[in-house]
Write a protein that binds this ligand. Structure first.
Ligand SMILES: [Zn+2]
Length: 274
C-alpha cells in the first residue's frame, strides 16, 4: 500500500505541469475514434481535412484526439481581450444535492451546446466550416460533461481551495482544478481504454442532459461524499485536504468517466454521421 501511495504521489507531482484536462480530452477523442462506424470515420476525415487552429491557421490536425482541446484553446485566446469569453459554456452548475438543473443562459452551457451543435453537425446543408466547428465543440464538451465537477457542484463550488497530500502544486489548487488536471492525469498516465461500443439503441435528443445528470451524481458520490465532514448544501472548511486514499480512490472514477465519454461520443457521432 505504501509503495502504491508513493508511486501515485510521484505521478501526481510530475503531471501538475500539463495544461488542464488536455490528456483527458485526448483520451476521450481517441476512444471515440476507435469506435466510429466506417461511414462516420470517413465523414470525420472530410470534416477535419481543412481544419484551422486557434489562430485560424491550417492546423494539420486530422484526429478527434488532436482537436479535442480546441474549444479550450480558442477560449484562452479570446480571454486575452475578454476575460468572460465562453464563460459557462463548458459546464453547468447543477447542485449535487438538488434535483433542479443549474442555470443555462441562452442555451450556452454544456448539455445544451452539445444538443445545438449536434443539429448543425448532422445538417449537410450547413457550411463545412460550421460543421467542422460543431464537431470540435461536441468532441470537447462530451468530455467536459463527464468530468464530475463540470456537471455538479456543492456549496463550496469547484473553486474550493484544496491541499493535495504529498503533491506540490504551484499557486492555489482548487477542487475543480485538481480533478481536471492532477487527478485526471495521474489516472490516465500509462493507461489506455480498449472499451468497445456494443449494440446500442437510438439516442434521444436530450441524451446529453441525461448523461450530465448521471455525472452530477458521480460528483456527489465520488467527489464530495468521500470528503471528511461533507454534508449536503454545507460549506467545508478550506483548504480541503485530499489525502492519498482520496487520490487513489479517484483513479477508477476518472477512468470510468473517460470510457463513458468516449463510447457515448462514438455513439453520438455514428448517429449524426450515418
Ligand atoms: Zn472545457
Amino acid at each position: 500500500m505504501r509503495r502504491i501511495v508513493f508511486v501515485m504521489c510521484c505521478v501526481l507531482a510530475s503531471s501538475a505541469c500539463f495544461a488542464w484536462g488536455g490528456r483527458g480530452h485526448a483520451a476521450v477523442g481517441a476512444l471515440a475514434q476507435a469506435n466510429l462506424s466506417p461511414a462516420a470515420q470517413a465523414q470525420v476525415q472530410t470534416l477535419l481535412r481543412d481544419d484551422l487552429d486557434r489562430y485560424e491557421q491550417a492546423s494539420g490536425r486530422r484526429s478527434l484526439a488532436s482537436v479535442a482541446s480546441w474549444a479550450d484553446e480558442i477560449r484562452e485566446v479570446a480571454s486575452r481581450t475578454d476575460p468572460k469569453a465562453y464563460r459557462g459554456w463548458h459546464g453547468r452548475s447543477n447542485r449535487v444535492c438538488a434535483d433542479t438543473l443549474g442555470k443555462c443562459r441562452e442555451g450556452l452551457c454544456v448539455d445544451q451546446l452539445i444538443i445545438s451543435n449536434a443539429r448543425i453537425l448532422k445538417d449537410v446543408q450547413q457550411p463545412m466550416r460550421a460543421r467542422n466547428e460543431a464537431l470540435k465543440w461536441i468532441v470537447h464538451l462530451v468530455g467536459d460533461l463527464h468530468m464530475p465537477l463540470h456537471s455538479g457542484i456543492n456549496s463550496n463550488g469547484g473553486g474550493a481551495k484544496v491541499f493535495l497530500e504529498g503533491v506540490e502544486i504551484k499557486g492555489d489548487a482548487t477542487l475543480h482544478g485538481v480533478w481536471d488536471s492532477e487527478l485526471a492525469n495521474a489516472a490516465l498516465k500509462g493507461w489506455k481504454s480498449s472499451a468497445v461500443l456494443g449494440a446500442v439503441s437510438l439516442l434521444a435528443d436530450d441524451a446529453p442532459t441525461q448523461w450530465m445528470l448521471e455525472t452530477r451524481d458521480v460528483a456527489l458520490h465520488e467527489v464530495y461524499e468521500p470528503l471528511s465532514g461533507f454534508a449536503c448544501k454545507e460549506k467545508l472548511a478550506e483548504p480541503i485536504v485530499l489525502d492519498s486514499a482520496y487520490q487513489l480512490r479517484s483513479v477508477p472514477v476518472v477512468r470510468q468517466q473517460i470510457e463513458r465519454a468516449g463510447l457515448r461520443l462514438a455513439q453520438l457521432l455514428n448517429q449524426l454521421l450515418p
